[in-house]
Design a protein around this ligand. Sequence first.
Ligand code: SF4
Ligand code: SF4
Length: 84
Amino acid sequence: MPKPVPDTEESMNVCRRFCGPCPSFKPNKLNEFEPHALFCSRGKTAKPMSEVEDHGCNCFGCDLFSQYELEGGYFCFYGIEGKK
Ligand code: SF4
Ligand code: SF4
């Protein structure tokens, strides 16, 4: 079962290394919308789903993904609950 990811600067530093260079992050300008990053803790982007394009997800290689036994990835699109 996935464990809650703490919303801390330490988590952000890890997220920056994976969401930062993610092909879905910059082209969709996700940094300009709440919650900016760390979607696996904070939930999905406030940007309307009709305006975001899927170019892949780097979460699967992220240290927090394995550490907190996360599942599914694409937390910026689908939030913590995952794809429904
Ligand atoms: S699992 Fe994804 S959203 Fe969470 S810190 Fe890692 S790269 Fe960022
Ligand atoms: S949550 Fe996944 S798809 Fe979204 S920006 Fe981060 S690495 Fe990319």
